[in-house]
Design a protein around this ligand. Sequence first.
Ligand code: PGA
Length: 251
Amino acid sequence: MRKKLIAGNWKMHHTVAGCLGYLDKFLPAISSSTDVDILLAPSYTALYPVGQKLAGHRVKLCAQNLYFKDSGAFTGEISVAMLKECACEAVIVGHSERRHVFGETDELIQEKVNAGVTGGLQVIFCIGETGAEREAGQTSEVIHRQLEQGLSGISNDMCDQLTIAYEPVWAIGTGVNATPEQAEEVHSDIRQWMGSRFGEPVAGATRIIYGGSVKPGNSAELLSKVEIDGLLVGSASLDPDSFCAIIQNLQ
Ligand code: PGA
């Protein structure tokens, strides 16, 4: 049985003060929701103070990105060791905005997945097709390419540090979510691919979560699908009440 995972990606929102105020409201509100793993991904500047506040708490800290080198002349970048020093236990890699706004390629993303996993972080590896690719019937092909390239350096024994996030680009921040049936179809496809690449036990144990316009009003239906092991939530995680409602919908 795969434990559900709900992750909040705050993107470039919330200052340090905003994050700490959020936690004052959020942490007591979710205290009864114990049967779920929860991750919060604040901006880089808030990682350290949020990590301090989460110390000993079951809500875990997640970074939104990393760079794959250990150190060096890489202005503006951040290493796995720096993230771990802030108490990060997880990192998002290959988010659609990294791919489409910042031009990250499958090759770069593969280096980042490797660095995160070998550095001991849980990696939330994001994949998803654009609207044009879906309309052209290329969803499966695109997903397979992203999996093939992104996970090319990963061996079976590393897969327990891996979560796959299916995030259709057309659903991110648009208010139009994939229907539970559309998401389940792609999740099944991903699990089959995982099975052929890593074997059935790994495929059966790997969490595949959905992201893209998740809200309190659609989260329960999405989570009712057996192939949907959790949610990666952007906009609706920015408000503690709405993120808390999504977590409580799971109960
Ligand atoms: P959204 O973002 O929930 O605002 O659509 C999801 C994401 O980018 O992970």
